[in-house]
Design a binder for this molecule. Sequence first.
Ligand SMILES: C[S@@+](CC[C@H](N)C(=O)[O-])C[C@H]1O[C@@H](n2cnc3c(N)ncnc32)[C@H](O)[C@@H]1O
Length: 251
Amino acid sequence: MKTIVTTSHKPSRQQVLRALKISKERRIRYVSRRHLILRKDEAVLIVETDRISALKNGQRFFFHPSLAVIRKSNIDSGQRDYLIESLDLDGDEEVLDCTLGLGSEAILIAHFLPQGEVVGIESSSLVKIIVENGMKHSENLYKWIREAVKRIKIFEDDYKEYVKKSERKFDCIYVDPMFEHPRYDSSAMNSMRPFADHSTISGDDIEALKKKAKKRVVVKARWNDSIFEKYDFDYIVGSEKSDVGYGVIDI
Ligand SMILES: C[S@@+](CC[C@H](N)C(=O)[O-])C[C@H]1O[C@@H](n2cnc3c(N)ncnc32)[C@H](O)[C@@H]1O
């Protein structure tokens, strides 16, 4: 994806330095905001005063853990959360979240791991930069989120490569690839879509993940995604209403 980096209008010196640093580290062109011309299919990373966002074809993406907030408040009011149920955590596990995305589920999982850790892998560099930066600047977020993000470590990689080269084993491994048949009712996910890696998961990928898991592997998909046909999970949990299932393999 062709990408450039800039700042918001009337940037501070800090913002310009930050944008230049990203440009150097990522080898992407820096363009001052005054000279920015938006081009079709070009992604623009924008260093703002208090966050980093990305813009492409009019779609804007920035970090906001709104989905984690809703899920946590549903759990607090006694509703079931099938991801948390399927992971069946004791609170001290090491969990590999292969597909970090917005980081909402990593935050939720980390909340239930007061003595544990989440390693989040993300292959899209724009998504990784934005979400990692958002988690680092969580001062204005709820205390439980500020605590949870301290237990999340993020790496930019393809999880299929990461598990091949890493020696590390994890208690639980979670994968949430982009859906084969997207749902357009989630505005948070819609805004990330142009910047995300849309690769699918195969049975061989799941077999590779099983070798790195000590307790279980959990894969999220829509009920009509082909992975639920192709792969024989031990069991699948989820609500018919939400149209999303979590396939579980116990090790
Ligand atoms: C559906 S989103 C995950 C949403 C996430 N569970 C959350 O709570 O926000 C899928 C994310 O995984 C990333 N992704 C897809 N394939 C990947 C791969 N092979 N390795 C690493 N990240 C991948 C996509 O770029 C996207 O950001």
